[in-house]
Design a protein around this ligand. Structure first.
Ligand SMILES: Cc1ncc(COP(=O)(O)O)c(C=O)c1O
Length: 403
């Protein structure tokens, strides 16, 4: 038998995927913790609160009903799709036909299916950077080329229409838009959102808008659904959303995409072979979440807001760190470019990846380096953790960097 050539074992397509850097940091921190180390983790992108009781109760009731032990239609329970349409009208102010909703295993599957539905090999997708680590992988898997458009701390991590226009070519198929943003917490204003939507309409460019952090906003920031700002965009827009961040439901795995009919059809055909439906009981829980009020969400947001202000103040007190005020989601994204070239804990820092390693090894604090989200020179710290741990963690970083 001819031995298999090592280069042939894993396909080029999957072999090219980088592991999720955020999950990697989180699991390294969890492993250290399991080994007894007092690690504080700023890596995870999930609320630390339990899922609100009324949602858990609905799921507990659902699990005892045999009708929920079966498959549902691949694109989701009709009641859930109706609830998603009603929620979109409530929160985003425009009508959606439930037939244009596909319920997915988390927002992540919606992101993947959105790109898979519209991107062909050779297509370019404009990707404002810093970006969430999953987007370039999903674009590349669909055969597309991610084209980074970078906006630094000096512009509040918000790209301009001029920058997008400079990056546009005749191969540009789509733009990824994420506001509030993971990783930066930046939020586009209604005017900026409208300008970007109008530019996309003018040039026939699809917009994939990831609205998963829509309810986590602070100070004067407002959520602007891009389809509401530019209704003509509806026919060339895919909305990605889910219950994970809003309702502290990361483990339940319920997200969705809203798209024009042809894209919905393509995505549902794809999903019917890939995963079929989302767990039936999780869909019942999502119905309860979407039909319930937003009271608990507002309570969680208050806690995030308090932690956000504490974290930003403490980070700004560190020499060499520049931290724009995050206005949404639950991440701070300081620039640490001022620390590159310095020696920290006996190690010369040449990148934010170096800095994150030194912080984990010497201060036992897990942060995600900017390299996971685009250019080096930044750190992402989630403030979705308890107040005391948050203060202790940033104090350790302050002490290490003051040495
Ligand atoms: C910007 C963004 N979109 C989508 C998701 C997907 O969330 P989930 O798959 O848990 O619903 C995440 C999760 O980290 C995210 O940060």
């Amino acid at each position: 038998m001819t031995p298999m050539k090592p280069a042939r074992r894993v396909s080029a397509r999957l072999g090219a995927i980088a592991p999720s850097a955020t999950l990697a940091v989180d699991s390294k921190a969890k492993a250290l913790k399991a080994a007894g180390r007092p690690v504080i983790g700023f890596g995870a992108g999930e609320p630390d609160f339990p899922t609100p009781e009324f949602i858990v109760d609905a799921a507990a009731a659902a699990v005892h009903d045999p009708k929920n032990h079966r498959y549902t239609p691949a694109t989701g329970l009709p009641e859930l799709k109706k609830a998603i349409a009603a929620k979109t009208l409530r929160d985003s102010g425009y009508e959606v036909d439930p037939a244009n909703v596909v319920v997915t295993n988390g927002g992540k599957q919606a992101v993947f299916q959105a790109f898979a539905s519209i991107v062909d090999p050779g297509d370019e997708v404009l990707l404002p950077a810093p970006y969430w680590t999953t987007y370039p992988e999903a674009i590349s898997l669909a055969g597309g080329t991610p084209v980074e458009v970078f906006a630094g701390a000096d512009q509040g991590y918000l790209v301009t229409v001029e920058q997008l226009e400079a990056a546009r070519t005749d191969k540009t198929k789509a733009l990824l838009f994420c506001s509030p943003s993971n990783p930066t917490g930046a939020v586009y204003s209604p005017e900026q959102t409208k300008a970007i939507g109008e530019w996309a309409v003018e040039h026939g460019i699809w917009v994939i808008t990831d609205e998963i952090y829509e309810h986590l906003l602070y100070d004067d920031a407002v959520f602007t659904p891009i389809v509401r700002a530019v209704p003509e965009l509806a026919d060339q827009c895919i909305v990605v959303n889910g219950v994970a961040k809003t309702y502290a439901m990361t483990g339940w795995r319920v997200g969705w995409m809203i798209a024009p009919a042809d894209v919905t059809k393509a995505a549902s055909n794809f999903q019917s072979h890939l995963t079929s439906n989302v767990a039936n009981v999780s869909q019942r829980a999502a119905i309860a979440a979407l039909e319930g009020g937003l009271e608990e969400v507002h309570e969680m947001r208050e806690a995030f807001d308090r932690r956000r202000r504490t974290m930003v103040d403490m980070l700004r007190a560190i020499d060499g760190v520049v931290c724009p005020t995050p206005k949404g989601a639950f991440y701070a994204y300081p620039s640490v470019e001022g620390l590159i070239g310095r020696t920290v804990g006996g190690v010369e820092i040449t990148s934010s990846a170096d800095l994150a390693t030194v912080i984990l090894e010497q201060a036992e604090v897990a942060v995600v380096p900017g390299e996971a989200f685009g250019p080096s020179g930044f750190l992402r710290l989630s403030y979705a953790l308890g107040d005391d741990d948050l203060v202790e963690g940033v104090t350790r970083i302050q002490r290490l960097l003051a040495q």
